[in-house]
Design a protein around this ligand. Structure first.
Ligand code: PLP
Length: 395
């Protein structure tokens, strides 16, 4: 059996998206800026993709800017709000301690450039409250940026409520919706979202393509100097095939989304219930306010990395902490933010399920995780100390 359960890292491209891209690459190679017909055809295809994307999130086409992915969109949103704030003498930004590194590292840079950043603490359940955001807003706050759903533990923030508070105080509100898109219903107007980032490869589209939604009237800053593509906000000849692939994947993923996600959530709950049976384990993040496909556990006394490798031998692709930090010995900043101590955070496992997951596959995962955890504990010195009472169990 081979089960891909790392959909939060990336997804397999959909056949529909591949076919859409191939047809563009084979037949529509024109440059959208060229005035002759094949150029104009490419332009039309590009603008149709923009309309298709805008419809899904309740935006207008001109509010969508195509980027190279979620990271670029996050960078551009923060940089734009920062530039605007600076002009008004507002140099304070609010975010949370467990954002994606595309946000956290950009904010670090902003601090070096004289901005002040407040990172809100996340509760043990992986959530923050709108009241906490409101309490952190100051006269000089120019931006609140809070992720829609967390990429490691899947917790879903109260986005519409936070947006309403930002609106009330006249502060721009950006959300990294990379994990939420095509999994949760998103409507930027109804949910009070000023800016939103998105990435195609998290919903069966191509890597290297994403978009930034920015409400009409928000002056954006370009990150790349050059031509006037994307209304001067993103220079460089457009990745027409990638953009078409993004639009096709988004449309496909959001058609009948509710039904698909109900199935995924049922499989998630089955998996959670099964893994809970493993002694000295704990679910990370709120049990219900989490992405339909996200399961994240800590198992005391073991190393997440070893767990991953042994699961890979048994045909299960999963992740420990975030894919971007594996390779480093630091435990996930997300797990530390929800209060897991280092040792416990090291023994984490994230399983992110896709739409086609079956009950048999879930049961196979439960059985194999149970066996591998027991096996690893068998020769773990940490586990021996716990069992002998030399150290105390935390979970
Ligand atoms: C994957 C991811 C990103 C980065 O998107 P890329 O398209 O890979 O740059 C940003 N934020 C979150 C929450 C993500 O999961």
């Amino acid at each position: 059996m081979r089960i891909y359960a790392d959909n939060a890292a990336t997804t397999k491209m959909s056949r529909t998206a591949i076919d859409a891209m191939v047809s563009v690459m084979e037949e529509e190679f024109g440059n959208p800026s060229s005035l002759y017909e094949i150029g104009q055809n490419a332009r039309e295809i590009l603008e149709k993709a923009r309309e298709d994307v805008a419809v899904v999130i309740g935006a207008e086409p001109r509010e969508i800017i195509f980027t190279s992915g979620g990271s670029e969109a996050d960078n551009q949103a923060i940089r734009s709000a920062g530039a605007l704030g600076k002009r008004k003498g507002k140099k304070h930004i609010i975010s949370t301690a467990f954002e994606h590194h595309a946000i956290l590292h950009t904010l670090k840079r902003m601090e070096e450039e004289g901005f002040e950043v407040t990172l809100l603490d996340v509760h043990e359940n992986g959530l923050i409250t709108p009241e906490e955001v409101e309490a952190a807003i100051r006269e000089d706050t120019c931006l609140v940026t809070i992720m829609y759903a967390n990429n490691e533990i899947g917790t879903i923030q109260p986005i519409p409520e936070i947006g309403a508070i930002c609106k009330k105080h006249g502060v721009l509100f950006h959300t990294d919706a990379v994990q939420a898109m095509a999994h949760l219903p998103i409507n930027v107007k109804e949910q009070n979202i000023d800016m939103l980032s998105c990435s195609a490869h998290k919903f069966h589209g191509p890597k290297g393509t994403g978009f930034l939604y920015a409400r009409k009237g928000i002056p954006l800053r370009n990150l790349i100097e050059g031509g006037a593509q994307e209304r001067g906000l993103r220079a460089g000849t457009e990745n027409v095939a990638g953009i078409v692939g993004l639009a096709a994947a988004l449309k496909e993923a959001t058609d009948g989304m509710e039904e698909k996600m109900a199935h995924v959530a049922a499989m998630r709950d089955r998996l959670i219930a099964g893994l809970k049976q493993i002694p000295h384990s704990a679910l990370n993040g709120d049990e219900t306010r989490r992405l339909p496909g996200n399961v994240n556990f800590c198992f005391e006394g073991i190393e997440g990395e070893s767990l991953l490798l042994l699961l890979d031998d048994r045909g299960i692709c999963a992740s420990s902490g975030s894919a971007c930090t594996s390779g480093s010995l630091d435990p996930s900043h997300v797990l530390l933010a929800i209060g897991r101590v280092h040792d416990v955070a090291h023994g984490s496992l994230r399983l992110s399920l896709g739409e086609d997951i079956t009950e048999e596959e879930v049961d196979y995962i439960i059985k194999n995780v149970g066996e591998v955890v027991e096996y690893l504990r068998g020769f773990s010195p940490v586990w021996r100390d716990l069992m002998s009472g030399k150290t105390e169990f935390i979970l």
